[in-house]
Write a protein that binds this ligand. Structure first.
Ligand code: PEP
Ligand code: MN
Length: 263
């Protein structure tokens, strides 16, 4: 169902006043984790000011170590709702398990399936049965075919509003956190009608590489990017090393202008 052979025209996924897919290049931005009201509101204002169409932020965090910050949970979701109401930015946040679905649907506009959950079929069916748009991230070691079949689970359960996300894969390379697979973006754009966004933050893990890889994503035909930003990355509770500072986010938007405005 997600194949271009079934539907030739591009799917456009809408949530709030954001749309992803079609002619527009969409920038979704915000912190890795929601940490506090002050932190979230401050960064949300900056990303909105420079042209982000949606706010990202994790309330339930899949951390590699159980001793790392696990997210604010429901309080984080409430802060995202508050940011949405005050700034008018729709929100994207990760749902980690089926039991979180009710709260997620109450507070959040677009449900992110994280890389680690790309093949959690119970969760894919649950978001498929909901009415919310889904941002589906490629698994750490998933093939493109497996990503498309994961999308198929969501589609088959009744939800056609799916955004695919290339967020870097595991390779032998250790210079960067992951290897951003831009082949996948060009390939997916030909194979599927679903919108494809790139996450250059997790794709590289290095703040200084986020802007160049964002330009690359736009050049290769992605429908947008999802980037992490934090006004004080040294103090961030997760992924600070890959977060764009406020001035860097401004620069990113400046450099993407030809793509955002061509839309
Ligand atoms: C995130 O978006 O913060 C995240 C955990 O991403 P991924 O699932 O791609 O690792
Ligand atoms: Mn992160």
């Amino acid at each position: 169902m997600v194949s271009r052979e079934v539907q030739a025209h591009d799917t456009v996924v809408r949530f709030g006043n954001a749309s992803v897919g079609g002619d527009k290049f969409a920038v979704i931005a915000g912190p890795c984790s929601v940490e506090s009201e002050d932190q979230l509101m401050a960064v949300a204002e900056v990303v909105k000011q420079y042209g982000a169409v949606a706010l990202r932020g994790g309330a339930y965090k899949p951390r590699t170590s159980p001793y790392d910050f696990q997210g604010m949970g429901i309080d984080g979701l409430k802060l995202l709702k508050q940011a949405n109401e005050q700034l008018g930015l729709p929100t994207v946040s990760e749902v980690m398990e089926v039991s979180q679905m009710e709260a997620m649907c109450q507070y959040i506009d677009c449900l992110q399936i994280g890389a680690r959950n790309m093949q959690n079929y119970a969760l894919l069916k649950a978001v498929g049965e909901s009415q919310k748009p889904v941002l589906l991230k490629r698994g750490l070691s998933a093939t493109i075919e497996e990503l498309l079949l994961a999308a198929e689970y969501i589609y088959d359960a009744g939800n056609p509003n799916i955004i695919l996300c290339e967020r870097g894969i595991r390779t032998y390379e250790t210079a960067t956190r992951n290897t951003l697979d831009l082949n996948a973006v060009a390939y997916l754009k030909q194979r599927t009608h679903l919108p494809v966004v790139v996450d250059p933050s997790h794709g590289t893990g290095v703040r200084e590489l986020v802007i160049p890889l964002s330009r690359a994503a736009a050049a290769v035909g992605a429908d947008g990017i999802i980037v992490e930003s934090h006004l004080n990355p040294c103090e961030a509770l997760s992924d600070g090393h890959q977060a764009l500072t406020g001035p860097m986010f401004e620069q990113l938007m400046q450099e993407l202008k030809p793509f955002v405005e061509a839309a």
